[in-house]
Design a protein around this ligand. Sequence first.
Ligand code: GRF
Length: 205
Amino acid sequence: MEPRGRLVVMISGFGSNLQAILDACREGRLWAEVVLVVSNRRDAYGLIRAARAGVPTLYFPLRPYRERGLDRIAYDQDLADQIAPYRPDLIVLAGWMHILSSAFLDRFPGRVINLHPALPGMFPGRDAIRRAFEAYRRGEISCSGCMVHYVTPEVDAGPVLVQAEVPLYPEDTLERFEARMHEAEHRILVEGIRRALERLRSCEP
Ligand code: GRF
C-alpha cells in the first residue's frame, strides 16, 4: 500500500479546516497524516486542536524579524528551514494569514496549496466572505464560492485543484452565509489535498 501523504498544515486562527483534515485522516477518508501544524499566532485555537490530536506544533511569528529589522524574505527562508526536516509531501495553507514569497515557495515546488473562500479571480485577500456578502447585497453577484489552488507569489491565485459554488439567498445573514461557506471549505479542502497527493504520486518515477 502507498505510504500516507505527509501534510504540514499552516494556520493562523480557529483551525476548523485543520480539524476537517485531521478528521478525514483519522476516519480514513484521506490517506494522509498531519506531521506538523505551523501557526504565526500564539493564540490560534488550531494549535490546541493539533495538540489534542497529538500532532507536533510550531509557533513561528514574524514580529521578532521585524523588531530586528529583518525582512519577510529572512522569515520565509527560516520558516522553510524549520519545515523541511518534516519532509512534507504537501504544505496546506488553511487560514494562514501571511503571504509567502518565492523564498519559501521555491523550496517546495508544486507542493504548497491554499484554501480561499472565493471563486477564482474573485475577492483575493482578506475578508473575502464579508466582501462577497456585501457585493451580493449590492446586487453585483448572485453566488460566491471557494477554491483550493496551488500557491504562486500572486495572492489567492494559481492553478485550481477544486472549487465549489456557495449560493447566497435574500434572507441570508453574514453568519449564515459564512457557515455555509465553511461547510463547503471543509469538503473541498479534503478533496483538494486528495487530488494534489494523487498528482504527486502520478509524477513519481
Ligand atoms: C477560512 O475561511 C479560510 O478560507 C480563510 O480563513 C478561514 C480560516 O478558518 N483563509 P479556520 O481557521 O480554518 O476555521
